[in-house]
Design a binder for this molecule. Structure first.
Ligand code: PLP
Length: 458
């Protein structure tokens, strides 16, 4: 398996991204934040790292500000504000369920993030149930299953070939669960969920969709796809207040190992024995993240209120500008898993041949004010199979991204290749940094320069 350029399938007809292109789809907090460059100037931050953590929607920040005065303990408080906060928390759960098309008998458990949600589900797979997963997954959708001795199926060169391999495996062994990505955090691609669900259900297996990247970028419905569970994160869904969700079929969640042992998850406790309650409370012991859940629900409502297809159209256009611009640069290779995948989300990973991705990313930040991600993206098996074991650079698009931001990346990569870095860069603790970096960190942190802070980005 090797790096494939997208030029054949995804090249845009327009080559100059500077002339036209969409603006941001929704206002996000911090869109105008300026960051220092090493030449002493400042530039508006070009945030192309939404796939890691997306900025808060302005609507989310406003909602959090609105509800904070109402915040009080939930579930067991007798006070008026406790009643209000409980109502807000439970209403948020239902908003989140609706947003991912939950069926009548599905339920949402409020988690910290996708990793938390998938680990929770791993404790609910019926004893002895086998799990099947592909080697394209983020570690969050691989390691919880590895602990259950999951079968890890190698992907094939094409979507069609991979679906055939999946069908063959499902025909030979009986599985309880197929864990599949909704969209790869490396390439934005995915297998068609409907097909995966059909194959799995025909073989008597359930399907969990890792929706960490899919849900913020595309409409998704459990009811329409038939998927049994979906996990996603608030901090990738423009609600960075520490909540995520697992939504899906009630029976496994009612019976599964309580995710956390503690207050709120029980019906009755004796010193020698506990009678656990059913889901969702069964898995939400301890004080829940009320504000996080309200923030996530607000993000869900704001995204759901977009006109049909607007999210998809915004991403499609920006992705075409980005990929088209990158593949037009000599020496830049865009990474793909499958030659025949369609409509990847706005996540694009690339390499500049012969150049360390960490250096390229550090240069883009220090000399252009651009935030991208470099490394192995918590998907080591995938990167090894793609022939880029040392990592790559990833740019990702969100609702706050506009064409100008995409263009800045293209300008930055071209400048890197044409002129090279101005500063001297070195590897400190495994991380590329600017030697004697003059950029000040925020006064707030009591630090005067970035120099010597490399460990923070390892
Ligand atoms: N799955 C995918 C596809 C991801 O991209 C990520 C995070 O990057 C995760 C799971 C884990 O998400 P979190 O860190 O919010 O738990």
């Amino acid at each position: 398996m090797s790096v494939i350029t997208e030029s054949a399938t995804c090249a845009p007809t327009r080559t100059d991204a500077r002339s036209t292109g969409p603006g941001a789809l929704l206002p996000v907090v911090g869109a105008a934040t300026r960051v220092p460059l090493i030449d002493g100037s400042t530039r508006t931050y070009a945030n192309l790292d939404s796939a890691a953590s997306a900025p808060a929607l302005e609507a989310v920040a406003a909602r959090v500000t609105e509800v904070l005065p109402l915040y009080a303990s939930v579930h067991r408080g007798a006070g008026y504000l406790s009643q209000v906060s409980t109502a807000l928390y439970e209403a948020s759960r239902h908003t989140i369920e609706r947003f991912v098309g939950a069926r009548e008998d599905d339920l949402a458990i409020i988690t910290r993030n996708t990793t938390d949600a998938l680990n929770l589900l791993a404790g609910c797979v019926p004893p002895g149930g086998k799990v099947l997963v592909l080697d394209v997954e983020h570690h969050a959708n691989l390691l919880p299953w590895q602990r259950l001795n999951a079968t890890v199926l190698p992907f094939e060169d094409t979507v069609a070939g991979t679906l055939e391999a999946l069908a063959r495996e499902l025909a030979t062994t009986s599985y309880a669960l197929v864990a599949t990505t909704g969209a790869s955090n490396v390439t934005g691609e995915a297998l068609p969920i409907d097909d995966v669900v059909r194959l799995a259900h025909d073989a008597g297996a359930r399907v969990v969709v890792d929706g960490a990247q899919l849900v913020p970028h595309r409409g998704f419905s459990l009811a329409e796809t038939g998927a049994d569970y979906v996990a996603f994160s608030g901090h990738k869904t423009y609600a960075p207040f520490g909540a995520g969700a697992l939504v899906g079929r009630r029976d496994w969640l009612d019976e599964g190992t309580p995710y956390l042992a503690g207050g709120g998850a029980v019906k009755h406790v004796r010193v020698d024995r506990t009678l656990w309650t059913t889901a969702p409370a069964r898995h939400e012991a301890g004080s829940p993240n009320v504000i996080g859940a309200i923030a996530l629900a607000e993000a869900c409502e704001t995204l759901a209120a977009l006109p049909d297809g607007a999210l998809e159209a915004h991403e499609r256009e920006l992705r075409l500008l980005l990929v088209g611009g990158l593949v037009a640069i000599d020496g830049v290779e865009v990474v793909r898993i499958w030659a025949d995948s369609v409509e990847p989300i706005g996540v694009v990973t690339f390499n500049v041949a012969g150049h360390d991705p960490g250096l390229v990313a550090a240069y883009l930040a220090a000399e252009h004010g651009i935030g991208v991600r470099d490394g192995k993206f918590c998907a080591h098996p995938l990167l090894a199979r793609l022939g880029v074991p040392a990592g790559a650079v990833r740019a990702s698009i969100g609702v706050g991204t506009d064409a100008e931001t995409v263009d800045r990346l293209l300008v930055g990569v071209r400048a890197y290749l044409a002129d090279g870095p101005t500063a001297t860069y070195e590897v400190v603790d495994g991380c590329w940094t600017v030697q004697n970096d003059p950029r000040p960190l925020l006064e707030l942190h009591g630090l005067s320069a970035l120099a010597g802070t490399a460990a923070a980005c390892a």
